[in-house]
Structure formats: C-alpha cells, structure tokens
Design a protein around this ligand. Structure first.
Ligand SMILES: [Cu+2]
Length: 216
C-alpha cells in the first residue's frame, strides 16, 4: 500500500521533471525544436513509459481502494445485521415484562364490571322445563349457556321486568346455544319463546344483584 503509493508519486514527479526538462531545452533556443531524429524518439519513448507506468499504478491503486471500500461496506452490513439480530433477541425479553403489567388493568381497573356464565338445561325426555328455574347473577355481562339434549325444539330468551326481550336464541334440538345481555340490577325472566312452552312452565327467574358479593 505505502510502496504502491510512493511509486505512484515517483512516476508523477518524474513526469513533471521530464516536462520541465523538455521546456528548458526548448527555451534555450536550440536551432531546431522539437529535436529531430533519435533524440525526439528517445524523448517520446521516455514520456510514453512514464505516462503508461503512472496510469497503470493509478488504475491499480483505484481498484485496490475499491476493494477496501467493498470490504468496509461488507463489514458495516455485517455489523448492521448483528444489530438487528441483537434487537430481535432482545425484543422478547422487553415485551415479556409488559405482559403482566398489561394484564393487570382489566382485572383491577374495572372491579365493578362482572361477567357471568350461567348454565341452563332442559331434560332429554323433551319435557317443557328449565333446570334450574331460578338464577342469580351480578350486574354486568350475563351469559346463559343453554343445553337442550332432547329432540324437541326449544330456545332461551331474557326479558326484563317490563316484558322487553333483551336477548333470544334460535331454536335448537340436541344441542347447545348461548345468549348474552348487559344487565343492571333487577328482576328478569328467562323463557322459551316457542308457542305454548312458556305457558306450560318453561321459564325461570333471573335476579341480578348489585355486585358479585350479593349474588353469592
Ligand atoms: Cu321450548
């Protein structure tokens, strides 16, 4: 590297000195300039060698520097990839602590909101009965999970104290279905809306209390 660079400068310096020498010869005002015959050809040959040598070393240096730049770029890219890999490795450990802290607010932030799922069944002999015929729940989201194992179609619906239906399932046979309603404290009724079933006793009372403590 240093040797190539110094040789390059030697060639460049020789080129400058040769040019000065030729100019000096010309300025001295000899009879004929440029000199004719062998002297002119010798001068031309020296210039050609120096110029070609300088150019060759310039090209060699340029390609060598390009190789160095490519190597440096490759090192930078490798370093960047290592950084990315390090971040990917670090990411799970960074997000892991946030999961417990993120899981706390839903439980502690809304203590008054309650979700309850209550199971209601009908007998597999097809009789028009809900079991149980009375339920209690805390105010909030109440889900009634109804199972009708019989071949007789049934459904389940919830109405409030004013007789307004808040939720109603489709008719099912030999299956299960769930209905869900946002309920404030009060007295509700769940029933089967298929004509004649509720009148035959297929209904139950749903008492919604202020919170989970009063429902237990
Ligand atoms: Cu029914």
């Amino acid at each position: 590297m240093d040797l190539d660079g110094s040789i390059f400068w030697y060639f460049g310096g020789a080129l400058v000195l040769a040019a000065l020498a030729i100019s000096f010869v010309g300025i001295k005002g000899k009879a004929s300039f440029p000199p004719s015959g062998p002297a002119m050809w010798a001068t031309t040959a020296v210039f050609a060698v120096v110029v070609v040598g300088t150019g060759a070393y310039a090209v060699a240096n340029a390609s060598e520097e390009k190789e160095h730049r490519d190597a440096e770029l490759a090192e930078e890219e490798a370093a960047a990839e290592e950084d990315v890999a390090a971040e990917e490795v670090a990411a799970p450990t960074e997000t892991a602590p946030s999961e417990p802290s993120g899981g706390q607010p839903p439980g502690s932030g809304t203590p008054e909101e309650s979700t309850a799922e209550l199971a209601v069944n009908s007998p597999d002999d097809g009789s028009l009965v809900f079991d149980p015929d009375g339920l209690e729940a805390a105010a909030g989201t109440v889900t009634l999970a109804y199972a009708n194992p019989s071949p007789v179609p049934h459904n389940i619906a919830i109405e409030d104290g004013a007789g307004e239906v808040l939720a109603e399932s489709e008719d099912i046979t030999a299956g299960e279905v769930s209905i869900e309603a946002e309920l404030v404290p009060g007295a509700y009724t769940y029933f089967c809306s298929i004509p004649g079933h509720r009148e035959s006793g297929m209904e139950g009372t749903l008492s919604v209390g202020q919170d989970s403590a009063t429902s237990n």
